[in-house]
Ligand binder design. Structure first.
Ligand code: PLP
Ligand SMILES: N[C@H](C=O)CCC(=O)O
Length: 430
């Protein structure tokens, strides 16, 4: 495989961009090769600048549930762009977007649009603090909620991939307001509530952890968090930046039938453009300025191009019959294929899947139900596996601690290619 153009582009990029990338996970650092520079994408195929072709299972880290450059999304964005790219004033499409989200997400009565998942989570905890008049939050080790200061404490995703779960630059006084508990361990949460009575504003959780690799919530975990937060006067925040509109029309809250007080959204909601959102009951959301005292703003929030792309994507998901059943079938087919490959080759792989998000952990552990079990994975084995996948024309996350995403655009042929390529990549590292 010729990667000369990508290699050269990376050298050039590093002169002007820190590490050559605008988000650390893109640097392929933990898999020991230079990143692939992408030229274009359509459907489930991406092409790099050396003209290598890959079937994509990264989906821009989740947003592209309809596949790349979906015709309807492209048309909506180009039509919107021809009318102007930003006005800094209200538009009709923002209300339409808000109404669509309210229709699909069971616990949301009102929603505020922002520009990224990071902004959504930062704003949600400010609102939770303003609403409860308390300062502390609880997050879970290995969960990632974007790069806001309060969340770079035992953070997942690129932060664990690069061994930087607690970032310099986060002040001690900010860090002390974030308490960490263990995912799938309700006792660890109860202990914090006991130690900090009437001080905890909110518990924020990825309802399905995706940023330590996929770790599903144990039976009763989300229900337990719901009860515990209620009993202690704290808010429950579901960070559905990945799971929103991916697991069901109504996200993880619908999938597990547990209703949070606040929900943060991103990725799919932007149809591939930069968007985030947070929402909840009217009572809580109306604490926001201009009608309430909690301030949050954004020059480009509700941007017409992003609204056009996102609304098109959401409507497609809402209106496609059996969209989620189809995703489930495809993902189940992949799960079975990947499990069988590992089993037949005698390799220790734990495959975790919820709906169309999954992770194959290279670990001797019998299960991966906790952050510690996820961290027991052999990341150098994953790196070798990743290289094999790329050589077989398969683009997957360059980290053990991320998700593989199935989209509505994936065909049977794509999925068979994934299973066959996985077999070859596993054979090579056996
Ligand atoms: C669960 C979760 N929350 C928040 C974020 C932050 O979103 P963004 O990268 O759009 O800032 C991400 C991904 O990055 C995420 O996976
Ligand atoms: N795991 C992150 C989001 O879900 C990856 C995206 C990024 O940080 O660039």
């Amino acid at each position: 495989m010729n990667n000369n153009n990508s290699k050269q582009a990376f050298q050039e990029a590093q002169k002007a961009i820190p590490g050559g990338v605008n988000s650390p996970v893109r640097a392929f650092k933990s898999v020991g090769i230079d990143p692939i520079f992408i030229k274009k994408a359509k459907g489930t195929t991406v092409w790099d600048i050396d003209d290598n072709e890959y079937t994509d299972f990264v989906a821009s880290w989740g947003p592209l549930i309809l596949g790349h450059a979906h015709d309807d999304v492209v048309k909506a964005v180009t039509d919107a762009a021809s009318l102007g790219t930003s006005y800094g004033a209200p538009t009709l499409i923002e209300t339409e977007m808000a109404e669509q989200i309210v229709k699909m997400m069971p616990s949301i009565e009102k929603v505020r649009m922002v520009n990224s998942g990071t902004e959504a989570t930062m704003s949600a905890i400010r609102l939770a603090r303003g609403y409860t008049n308390r300062e502390l939050i609880i997050k879970f080790a290995g969960c990632y909620h974007g790069h806001g200061d309060s969340f770079l404490i035992k953070a997942g995703s690129g932060a664990i991939t690069l061994g930087l779960p607690d970032s310099p630059g986060v002040t001690k006084s900010t860090a002390k307001d974030t308490l960490t508990a263990d995912y799938n361990n309700l006792d660890s949460v109860q202990e914090l509530f006991d130690q900090h009575k009437d001080e905890i504003a909110a518990v924020i959780v990825e309802p399905v952890a995706g940023n330590m690799g996929v770790v599903p919530p144990a039976d009763g975990f989300l229900e337990g968090l719901r009860k515990m937060t209620k009993d202690n006067g704290a808010l429950l925040i579901f960070d559905e930046v990945i799971t929103g509109f991916r697991l069901a029309k109504g996200g993880a809250q619908e999938y597990y039938n547990v209703m949070p007080d606040l929900t943060t959204l991103g990725k799919i909601i932007g149809g591939g453009l930069p968007v985030g959102a947070y929402g909840g009951s009217a009572e809580i959301m109306d604490m926001l300025a201009p009608i309430g005292p909690v301030y949050q703003a954004g020059t480009l929030s509700g941007n017409p191009l992003a609204m056009a792309a996102g609304l098109t994507a959401l409507k497609k998901l809402d209106e496609t019959p059996n969209a989620y059943e189809e995703l489930e079938k495809k993902a189940q087919f992949v799960e079975e294929g990947l499990k069988l490959n590992a089993q037949e080759l005698g390799l220790n792989v734990v495959l975790n899947r919820v709906g169309s998000m999954m992770t194959a952990f290279f670990t001797d552990s019998e299960q991966v139900a906790s952050f510690d079990e996820a961290m027991s994975s052999d990341t150098s084995k994953y790196a070798d596996y990743f290289k094999g996948m790329v050589e077989n024309g398969l683009y997957i996350a360059p980290s053990q601690f991320e998700c593989l995403f199935i989209s509505m655009a994936h065909t049977e042929k794509d999925l068979e290619k994934l299973i066959k390529g996985n077999r070859k990549a596993l054979e090579a590292i056996k």
